[in-house]
Design a protein around this ligand. Structure first.
Ligand code: CA
Ligand code: CA
Length: 87
């Protein structure tokens, strides 16, 4: 019975450490260009009022595919510039 307990403890340790490893990997993937993981592009979650500046809105807009995939409707006139009304 002691052996079984030892194996279970070892398994728990392995699971704990592998969990930490994957967390580190995810952090490493957060490059400046990988906004698709940071912002949701699958459905309309943002409005221009959610952003403080045009630059911010443009970043999300372009990260989601720009004029060809304006899922958030940030560029209603489809000229490639999102939320022109923002500063
Ligand atoms: Ca929207
Ligand atoms: Ca526009």
């Amino acid at each position: 019975m002691k052996k079984i307990a030892l194996v279970i403890i070892l398994l728990l340790i392995v699971v704990t450490f592998s969990g930490c490893g994957s967390t580190d990997n995810n952090e490493g993937l957060n490059s400046d260009f990988d906004y698709s993981s940071e912002y949701s592009c699958s459905y309309n979650t943002y409005n221009c009022s959610d952003f403080a500046t045009h630059k911010e809105a443009q970043r999300v807009y372009e990260a989601c595919g720009g004029v060809n995939n304006d899922v958030h409707r940030l560029d209603r006139d489809k000229d490639g510039s999102a939320c022109e009304t923002l500063p």
